[in-house]
Design a protein around this ligand. Structure first.
Ligand SMILES: Nc1ncnc2c1ncn2[C@@H]1O[C@H](COP(=O)(O)OP(=O)(O)OP(=O)(O)O)[C@@H](O)[C@H]1O
Length: 515
C-alpha cells in the first residue's frame, strides 16, 4: 500500500476537507473542525479514525443526536466500520460528510460536485458492525415540542424525524385512535386504543415505503388551558411511542388559520420540510370528518363534520376515510357544503345602478354579505354619503347624518343590515318627507357564504369585531324580503363578485374555511 494514501472527510454542505489520520481518533460534532452549528448535535458527537492501509474507517457515536450513515440510523456506543464513498450524517439526514481516500483507485471520476453528491449511495452494504443495523429499522426517538403563533399551533418532532417528499397525513381521533371507554370524548389522557386493528402495521409499511408520517389534529379545547395541553402532549408522546415510528404531529389549538379545513398546519409543514418540495400528487390524507350522512354504513352515525375531507381538498391531496384506507372499504357517499368558495364569479356583473335623481340607497344584507365592500367599490366613488351604524354607533345617529346630507342635496347610502320593514322605515320616512326617491339593494348572498366571509374577515382583518354564527342565524330568522310597497322606487339584487387586493387573500378566500 502506498504510504501516500490519505483519508479525508469532505463536507457535502461546503466542501470542507477534514484529514482523518491513520489510527488517530478525532472528534466530530458541533465544533470548529466541522463548522457545524446545529444545536441538536453534541460538541462531541462521533469519534472517528481511519485505518488507511485497509481503506476503511472506524467510528462510534457518542453524542446526543442520532447520527447516520448512508441514510441509516447508527446506534450509540457501537463501533462501525465503513469505507470509501460512505456518507456520514452527523445528525441523521443532515450535515453529510463523504469518506474519500486519495489517490482514489476505485473511482477516478468521483468528486463532491460529481456523481456521489448528486446520487448518494443509499445501500448499507459497506457498514459492518458488532451489532446489526437493519436496513429498514424505523424506531422512534423522543423529540421536542415547538409553539407557533402564540400557542395557536403546537408541533411535535421526534429527533430522528426525516424530511421527505411524500407525506402520509392522518387525523388522530377517530382515525388512528378511538376512546377505550366507548365515550364520544376521552374521559382522561389514557382513554384511547387503536381505532382499527391494523393501524400500526400499515403505518410501518408506509414509513418503509418512503413516506413521512404526519398527524394533524384540531384541539380547540386546549386553548388557554396549560394543564389540559400538558396532558394532551403526554398522550401524543405515548401514542407515538406505542407506534414506535418517527411521526411528526401538528396540533391546532387556535380558531384561526391552523384549524382544519384551513391549511395553516400543512403550510407550516411545507415550511418545516427542510427545502424538500412536497410531492402533493403522491401524498394523501386520512380522516374521519368526511361529511358522511347517517347510515353511511349499517348503524353508523353522521360524521360530525367535513373538515378532514375539505382540508385535503384545499391542499389538493387524495383523501380517504379510515375505513377506506385501513380496511379497503368502498368510498362512502358524502355531502358537500352548500357554499363552494372555489366557484368563479368573474363572469358576473352588477346591474345598472345609475339613477338620474337625488336618492337614498338602503342596503339589505346579513353580516359579512359584502355590503361595505360593494358600497366602497361603487356608490362611494359616485359621490354617495356613506352612513353606517358600525361607524356611527346607533340608528338615530344614522338617521341624523342622512337627513343632514339630504338637506345638502347629496345622495346617501345606508350600509346597515336593514333586516326588516320596521328598520328600513326609519330611513324611508325622512326621505319620503323630502320627496326623495329611495332604492333598495339586496346582497344576493347565502347564509353559508356570509359565514365564510365572516371567517375570512376574522382571519384577515383583526380590527373588525368578530361576528358570531348566532348573529348570522338571527339575521336569517328576522329577515323580511324587501317589497316595493314599503316605498321603494327600485329594488335591485347585487351578486357577489370576488374582488381581491392581493393574491394570498384570493387564495385563502377560495379555500373551504368552515368546519
Ligand atoms: N366582493 C368581494 N370579494 C372578495 N371579498 C369580499 C367581497 N366582499 C366582501 N368580501 C370580504 O368579506 C368580508 C365581509 O365583507 P364586508 O365587510 O363588506 O361585509 P358587510 O356585509 O359589510 O359586513 P358587516 O355587516 O358585518 O359589516 C370581508 O373580509 C371582505 O373583505
Amino acid at each position: 500500500m502506498s504510504c501516500d494514501l490519505q483519508c479525508y472527510l469532505i463536507s457535502l454542505e461546503n466542501s470542507k476537507k477534514i484529514n482523518l489520520l491513520n489510527l488517530k481518533p478525532i472528534i466530530l460534532g458541533r465544533n470548529k473542525e466541522t463548522e457545524v452549528k446545529d444545536s441538536l448535535i453534541s460538541r462531541k458527537q462521533i469519534v472517528i479514525y481511519s485505518i488507511t492501509d485497509e481503506r476503511n474507517v472506524k467510528l462510534k457515536v457518542i453524542g446526543k443526536a442520532v447520527s447516520g450513515c448512508n441514510g441509516l440510523a447508527l446506534h450509540n456506543n457501537v463501533v462501525y466500520t465503513i469505507g470509501p464513498h460512505d456518507i456520514i450524517e452527523l445528525r441523521l439526514g443532515y450535515h453529510k460528510f463523504k469518506i474519500v481516500f486519495e489517490p482514489d483507485s476505485e473511482s477516478k471520476m468521483d468528486s463532491i460536485e460529481g456523481n456521489i453528491a448528486k446520487k448518494p449511495r443509499m445501500e448499507s452494504a459497506s457498514i459492518s458492525t458488532e451489532s446489526n443495523v437493519e436496513k429498514n429499522e424505523c424506531k422512534f426517538l423522543e423529540g421536542s415540542w415547538i409553539e407557533v403563533d402564540n400557542k395557536e399551533l403546537l408541533v411535535y418532532t421526534p429527533e430522528n424525524c426525516e424530511c421527505r417528499a411524500k407525506i402520509a397525513g392522518f387525523d388522530i381521533d377517530g382515525t388512528i385512535i378511538k376512546t377505550k371507554s366507548g365515550a364520544r370524548f376521552p374521559k382522561n389522557s389514557d382513554d384511547w386504543t387503536w381505532n382499527l386493528g391494523n393501524v400500526k402495521s400499515q403505518l410501518r409499511e408506509l414509513f418503509k415505503n418512503g413516506y413521512k408520517l404526519v398527524f394533524f389534529t384540531n384541539q380547540l379545547g386546549l386553548w388557554n388551558n396549560n394543564s389540559k395541553t400538558n396532558d394532551f402532549k403526554k398522550k401524543i408522546e405515548n401514542i407515538i411511542k406505542a407506534i414506535n415510528l418517527p411521526i411528526q404531529v401538528f396540533i391546532s389549538v387556535g380558531k384561526r388559520l391552523y384549524r382544519k379545513p384551513r391549511t395553516g398546519m400543512w403550510d407550516k409543514l411545507v415550511k418545516m420540510n427542510d427545502n424538500i418540495t412536497i410531492d402533493v400528487d403522491n401524498s394523501f390524507f386520512v380522516g374521519d370528518a368526511a361529511g358522511r350522512e347517517k347510515n353511511w354504513a349499517p348503524k353508523k352515525n353522521k360524521d360530525h363534520s367535513l373538515s378532514d375531507r375539505l382540508f385535503a381538498m384545499n391542499i389538493g391531496l387524495k383523501f380517504y376515510t379510515p375505513e377506506e384506507y385501513f380496511l379497503k372499504h368502498r368510498a362512502a357517499p358524502f355531502k358537500m357544503p352548500e357554499f363552494d368558495p372555489r366557484i368563479d364569479t368573474s363572469h358576473l356583473s352588477y346591474p345598472d345602478i345609475s339613477f338620474n335623481k337625488q336618492n337614498v340607497v338602503v342596503m339589505v344584507g346579513g353580516p359579512g354579505s359584502g355590503k361595505s365592500n360593494f358600497v366602497k367599490d361603487t356608490l362611494i366613488p359616485m359621490g354617495y354619503v356613506h352612513v353606517s351604524r358600525d361607524q356611527l354607533g346607533s340608528w338615530q345617529k344614522c338617521v341624523k347624518v342622512m337627513e343632514e346630507a339630504l338637506d345638502k342635496n347629496k345622495n346617501v347610502v345606508i350600509d346597515n343590515t336593514n333586516v326588516d320593514k320596521e328598520t328600513r322605515q326609519r330611513f324611508i320616512q325622512p326621505a319620503k318627507q323630502r320627496n326623495i326617491d329611495i332604492r333598495c339593494f339586496i346582497m344576493d348572498v347565502s347564509i353559508s357564504q356570509m359565514r365564510h366571509n365572516n371567517l375570512f374577515r376574522e382571519i384577515t382583518d383583526q380590527s373588525h369585531a368578530i361576528v358570531s354564527d348566532i348573529i348570522i342565524y338571527s339575521y336569517r330568522k328576522n329577515y323580511q324580503e324587501p317589497d316595493l310597497s314599503e316605498g321603494f322606487a327600485q329594488i335591485l339584487k347585487i351578486p357577489f363578485i370576488g374582488k381581491f387586493t392581493n393574491k394570498s387573500h384570493e387564495k385563502l378566500y377560495k379555500t373551504f374555511l368552515l368546519d
